[in-house]
Design a protein around this ligand. Structure first.
Ligand SMILES: [Zn+2]
Length: 387
């Protein structure tokens, strides 16, 4: 009897260790893949230019995974040391709070959710198991703890934070918090102030399913903003938040453009004319976004670029430049967003190398690699200190 009990306890312990220690790392490693490759050869010109760049990226889902962001990890795409190694000075971190089972680019309902299991397996606080708003606050607090623990990162709450950090070439990386789908408001307008207070400055309206604000690009009906969606967009813009329409339906994008004078971003995408997929908005919509001062972040994965090699991503960036102009193109990696990338957060100099090879000037490369995004957020984040 005693032996049986011992065996039972040992088996249970093994299962628990498996579930809470090994499984999260396994899932992370399995979902955020870096394609194995020999070290990339970077020309001397590119290495020299890259060393002087201020790199910015509009979309990473790093906060979703429980690897230690203060360490250089051998799994996933990013952590602070790897991004710093690539001279990243501005990084937008998105909060993913709900994803449908069988997620696809065509049609998803809001009935299922994979993040609940991920929250449990990764031992997130119990309130995150049932509340999307709690998940968004938890992601913000992870970043806040990082800000407290390391002098290498500050959360950008206004333009002054960004300006101050960037003044010093050895200054900290500025992290901006973004929702990936404003369903984390749980349909309550009061939660918008709550998210703002936690540090959120980019409001991604949608993810893979229709929500209280309107239609997703991958939802059921492709409908536009609801009255609640209009209310949220107007209030967010008033508060100084930047609207991200990366996963919104065509009609939501048109409605946002009609509703607000403030420029919007498409944080992670490709260009339809270059890579014809439902995930990429129509070219003329991209041109309208850019004409109103918006910013287009080009992703690093094959679904949106049709080629995820460094040269392929550089060509996707060039196609964006050709469509919307050099001032409106940025990086939008989607690192740690369950994609496969051919280079990780430490290897961004390979993009500098490939962009130069395509014939872009050093100034043009600097614009794409970070200066456009820095200029955009200096102009569009809240201008005065919060206090
Ligand atoms: Zn996304």
């Amino acid at each position: 009897m005693r032996t049986l009990l011992t065996i039972l306890v040992v088996v249970m312990a093994a299962v628990l260790i498996g579930v809470f220690r090994i499984l999260p790392a396994y899932i992370d490693n399995d979902m955020n893949v870096v394609r194995p490759h020999a070290p990339y050869q970077i020309s001397e010109d590119a290495a020299q230019l890259h060393a002087e760049l201020r790199v910015a990226d509009l979309h990473s889902d790093m906060l979703l995974w429980m690897r230690d962001p203060r360490r250089w990890n051998n799994r996933g795409h990013t952590d602070i040391p790897r991004l710093a190694h690539s001279n990243v000075r501005l990084q937008v971190f998105a909060s993913v709070t709900k994803t449908p089972a069988g997620q696809n680019y065509d049609s998803n309902t809001a009935d299922t959710d994979n993040i609940t299991a991920l929250a449990m397996v990764q031992r997130w606080p119990v309130d995150t198991w049932t509340s999307l708003y709690a998940r968004a606050r938890f992601h913000a607090r992870r970043l806040q703890r990082l800000e407290g623990a390391a002098d290498r990162l500050v959360i950008g709450r206004n333009a002054t934070d960004l300006e101050r950090a960037l003044e010093d070439p050895d200054g900290p990386m500025v992290a901006l918090l973004a929702t990936e789908g404003a369903h984390s408001l749980e349909g309550q307008i009061e939660h918008l102030q709550g998210l703002y207070d936690e540090g959120y400055r980019v409001l991604g309206l949608h993810h893979f399913f229709d929500n209280e604000l309107g239609g997703s690009l991958h939802g059921l009906g492709g409908h536009g903003l609801t009255p609640f969606g209009e209310q949220v967009v107007l209030q967010a813009v008033e508060m100084g938040m930047v609207i991200d329409v990366a996963h919104s339906s065509h009609q939501v994008v048109r409605d946002v453009l009609a509703l607000s004078d403030k420029p919007v971003i498409v944080s992670h995408t490709g260009i339809y004319g270059h890579c014809q997929t439902r995930r990429n908005l129509p070219d003329e919509l991209m041109q309208t976004i850019a004409a109103e001062g918006g910013l287009i972040g080009i992703g690093f994965w094959a679904d949106v670029t049709c080629d995820d090699s460094p040269a392929g991503v550089a060509r996707a960036l060039l196609s964006a430049v050709e469509l919307v102009g050099i001032d409106h193109v940025a990086l939008g990696s989607d690192y740690d967003g369950t994609i496969t990338a051919s280079f990780d957060g430490a290897e961004l100099s390979v993009l500098t190398h490939e962009l130069l090879r395509l014939g872009l000037t050093p100034d043009e490369v600097a614009s794409i690699m970070g200066e456009n995004a820095i200029r955009f957020f200096l102009a569009n984040l809240p201008q005065e200190t919060d206090e």
